[in-house]
Design a protein around this ligand. Structure first.
Ligand code: M6R
Length: 365
């Protein structure tokens, strides 16, 4: 049932404040201002020296965001790879270590194979999974559910934001177990987390603006997405979302890589979507935007009012996101990224729920 939406994808984008709220309620003890996992894990992060993450597609990008969180918040090194590479590389995995797999369906063939490989190496396996009855949920030594509910649109939206929510909670839990996150800092981050559903609802208010912008993007042959820090994987995710449903060629890049190649593509015909919350490295991204502007590139800034004012650049559009703690930015910024892809594809008359050549669950490699 699509409710009063035209597509499942639209319904699922709009559902996010609710399902992220539900997921948070499952992972956070509000009274104590701390993360409380739904069940104890069969290992302690205090005993780990590193973790591996494997996943595919959008779930892989959730893992890439999580790498920044685990390394920053829990001071825990993270190896991450797409599951199709991880499964065949035969990387040496330390017995007693942890492989974390992320999957909406819990049935993705490569992700499942990478889980089995890790198990065979004597590792703990932890699944962040949306379908509780899935094979990955059954085979992983522990499961953390995302409570997004059934996701029908082929383009993953609400499963992604719920994956991010669970992964941030897990990073806080790991930080506490490793003794590197103080109770006060955890409380501060939990306070930031619980504002997320409201902030996502705020972000949805940019939809009218995005619909107008989509007409411009629809004319492009190529679109570039740029970001730094956790906005870098968000740039990759934005590009994936746009290409899957609009069939416009899009690429995500770490903003710092611009001058190492992609800047050669910049001209008036290439929209450049810059994802840049006002964080500690915002200034660096501003220099990249200046480089784009100097070459006639048309910038679409996904940022906040403070950043937009500070950058002071002529943009094609600025999608103003609410003020927030930069730690939670990926979850909130998922909304405009998804809406950009959605409205562009709808404007172009594409079948957003059933894009060509794609299946919801990739059970063969
Ligand atoms: O079910 P999974 O999360 O394991 O699926 C992984 C990818 O196939 C999936 O995220 C795919 O990239 C989506 N179509 C992205 O929107």
């Amino acid at each position: 049932d699509k409710g009063n939406h035209r597509h499942f994808m639209a319904k699922e984008i709009h559902e996010q404040p609710e399902v992220v709220g539900r997921t948070l309620a499952h992972y956070v003890n509000l009274a104590e201002g701390r993360v409380a996992l739904p069940e104890p894990l069969p290992f302690s992060f205090a005993d780990l020296t590193r973790i591996s993450i494997t996943a595919c597609g959008t779930a892989y990008y959730a893992g890439l965001v999580a790498k920044y969180w685990f390394e920053r918040i829990a001071r825990l090194p993270v190896e991450i790879d797409v599951a199709s590479e991880a499964r065949y590389r035969e990387a040496p995995l330390e017995a007693g270590g942890l492989t974390l797999v992320i999957s909406q369906s819990g049935e993705t063939a490569d992700t499942l194979a990478s889980l089995r490989y890790a198990k065979g190496q004597g590792q703990h396996t932890l699944g962040v999974v949306n379908v509780p009855t899935s094979t990955i949920a059954r085979e992983a030594s522990a499961v953390l559910p995302t409570l997004a509910g059934p996701e029908i649109g082929v383009a993953s939206t609400k499963a992604f934001s719920c994956q991010l929510t669970v992964l941030l909670c897990l990073a806080l839990h790991a930080g506490r177990e490793r003794g590197v996150l103080t109770a006060a800092e955890e409380r501060r981050l939990v306070d930031a987390l619980i504002t997320v559903p409201g902030l996502m609802a705020e972000a949805v208010k940019q939809e009218g603006e995005i619909e107008g912008l989509a007409r411009e993007i629809a004319k492009a042959r190529d679109v570039l997405y740029l970001g730094r820090g956790t906005a870098y994987p968000m740039a990759l995710e934005g590009a994936l979302k746009l290409k899957e449903i609009s069939y416009i060629h899009a690429e995500g890049y770490a903003a710092g890589e611009l001058k190492h190649g992609p800047i050669a593509l910049i001209d008036e015909s290439v929209p450049v979507i810059v994802i840049a919350p006002h964080d500690a490295i915002f200034e660096k991204t501003v220099s990249n935007m200046q480089e784009v502007a100097a070459r006639g590139g048309r910038i679409i800034l996904v940022g906040d009012a403070k950043g937009a004012a500070e950058a002071g650049l002529d943009t094609l559009a600025t999608l103003t996101m609410p003020d927030l703690d930069p730690v939670v930015a990926p979850i909130v910024y998922a909304v405009p990224i998804q809406l950009i892809a959605y409205h562009t594809a709808v404007f172009m008359g594409k079948d957003v729920d059933q894009p060509r050549n794609l299946a919801k669950s990739v059970t063969v490699e």
